[in-house]
Design a binder for this molecule. Structure first.
Ligand code: UDP
Length: 483
């Protein structure tokens, strides 16, 4: 009876992102595309993220245009003032497991979206790190689609971990980080130890993050589908490896630009969890074309005072004009009375502009931007690719080390600065990107941007994959997990 009601009711997707800026950004875009295509969507945020969105954006009033959309929230269980930066991600996951997951489970079983409710969930889209979703989807008999918001090339290095352990390649023997990796199919010949996610540098197989990755590796193949924010032409060799692991795969990116092609008119709304300082757009309007280097390390990464000084001197000594996002909390270990050296503050006044959070997509698309010094988060990388802007990669963690290698060595879209930020190297790389090899990099970036845009236009691969995904959800052509 319950199942009958669920199968007779309209398709209703519950989307549950990892409560961090990057995943929330792209899952909201997917949610909007689903609404445009007639699906009911319930978007489950943690209360903390939801409040940040309410404080910094007009997201709630914006989504009122879609009667089939609603937000729901659950607490993440962390104290209000917890910083929720990269170092806190484990605490966040543990706390969600204890507090948020039981509430989520109740919501979709006996609660307002359970099988015997008025609006039963017919499909769950959850972040790939949420292993608990497998059992819950099984319990209510609906398909589970994992949305992997890290890059497929990064995810593939997670999925290769059992093979790396079995072959004795991991944990690394000795300290040579330049040794090539052999047991990551599709990455032979260019992936070095230092290009694997930084957590692979542990010698301890029982390291909690290694155990977390192995757990994710066991759960991913149990889903009915894997959604990727990428496009076929960018990562074809890795996507063909992914196809071997079982579930249907849906490469539908770059999502931020895909949404724009699906919207008949106008742009979408911001989903920033900090207030965007739009004054930088007016400043950019006054700068010459391709003259400004944009500098940002995303929403989670941090740097210490020494790194800050190296990057800052590198920037200033390169003579480039720069727009720099110094996110609150992103610089650790600064004494309160820290005084900015005179030469830095003078040069920054002359050639720099600093904001605490920028409308990044719009900044990258601005004609004045000529390059991006980035921590190589996957959203930032895709936003840069779409905007045709070459990158200097200074990866911090998770998939970012892999992304930096792909940018530098495979896609030839910039330079991978990895594992150093010495001021002389920073200066040299900026000069290369913004001066000596500028034309070459811009030409290459322009080419890949065109390929990215074609993939999300009618008839393109990502466009077709997204249509297929929506059809599969509507027609329920997935087999559901068996209990
Ligand atoms: N972002 C932004 N303004 C900023 C810096 C970042 O809007 O000043 C956005 C950026 O556009 C991207 C997201 O924050 O969509 C960061 O995600 P990413 O995957 O690049 O890195 P993470 O923050 O997860 O490390």
């Amino acid at each position: 009876m319950e199942n009958e009601r669920a199968s007779a009711s309209p398709p209703h997707v519950l989307i549950f992102p990892l409560p961090l800026q990057g995943p929330v950004n792209c899952m909201l875009k997917l949610a909007e595309i689903f609404c445009l295509n007639g699906l009911q969507v319930t978007f489950l945020n943690t209360q903390y993220i939801h409040e940040c969105l309410l404080n910094c954006t007009n997201i709630e009033s914006y989504f009122q245009r879609y009667p089939s959309f609603r937000f729901e929230t659950v607490p993440d269980g962390l104290p209000e003032d917890s910083p929720r930066t990269a170092h806190e991600v484990f605490n966040l996951l543990d706390s969600m497991e204890a507090v948020s997951v039981p509430l989520f489970q109740e919501m979709v079983t006996s609660g307002p979206y359970g099988p015997s409710s008025e609006k039963p969930i017919t499909c769950i889209v959850a972040d790939g790190i949420f292993c608990f979703a497998v059992d819950i989807a099984k319990k209510i008999g609906v398909p589970l689609l994992y949305f992997e918001t890290v890059s497929p090339c990064g995810l593939w290095t997670y999925l290769c971990l059992p093979k790396l352990i079995e072959s004795g390649e991991f944990p690394f023997k000795g300290d040579d980080l330049d040794e090539l990796i052999v047991n990551a199919p599709g990455m032979e010949g260019f992936l070095r130890r230092r290009d694997l996610p930084s957590f692979y540098r542990t010698k301890n197989l029982n390291d909690p993050i290694i155990q977390l990755v192995l757990n994710e590796d066991r759960h991913l193949p149990l889903a009915q589908g894997l959604i990727f924010n990428t496009f076929e032409d960018l990562e074809a060799p890795i996507l063909s490896q992914m196809r071997k692991i079982g579930p249907k795969i849906y490469p539908i990116g770059p999502l931020h630009t895909h949404l724009k092609t699906r919207l008949a008119t106008g742009g979408t709304t911001s989903s920033s969890i900090w207030k965007e300082d739009r004054s930088c757009i007016h400043w950019l309007n006054m700068q010459p074309i391709n003259s400004v280097l944009f500098v940002s390390i995303g929403s989670l990464a941090v740097m210490n005072k020494d790194q800050l000084m190296e990057i800052w001197y590198g920037l200033v000594n390169s003579g480039t004009t720069f727009l720099w996002v110094k996110r609150p909390g992103s610089i650790v270990g600064l004494e309160r009375e820290f005084e900015i050296p005179m030469d830095l503050s003078r040069a920054t006044k002359e050639r720099g502009y600093i904001v605490s959070w920028a409308p990044q997509e719009e900044v990258l698309a601005h004609p004045a931007i000529g390059g991006f010094l980035t921590h190589s988060g996957w959203n930032s990388t895709l936003e840069s690719i779409v905007a045709g802007k070459p990158m200097i990669c200074w990866p911090y963690f998770v998939d970012q080390q892999v992304n930096g290698r792909y940018v530098g060595e495979v896609w030839k879209l910039g330079l991978d600065m990895k594992d150093t930020c010495d001021r002389v190297i920073v200066e040299g790389m900026i000069r290369e990107l913004m001066e000596s090899k500028k034309a070459e990099f811009l030409q290459r970036a322009d080419h890949i941007a065109n390929v990215a845009n074609a993939s999300v236009s009618k008839g393109g691969c990502s466009y077709k994959n997204l249509d297929r995904l929506i059809e599969d959800i509507k027609l329920r052509t997935f087999s559901t997990l068996q209990g």
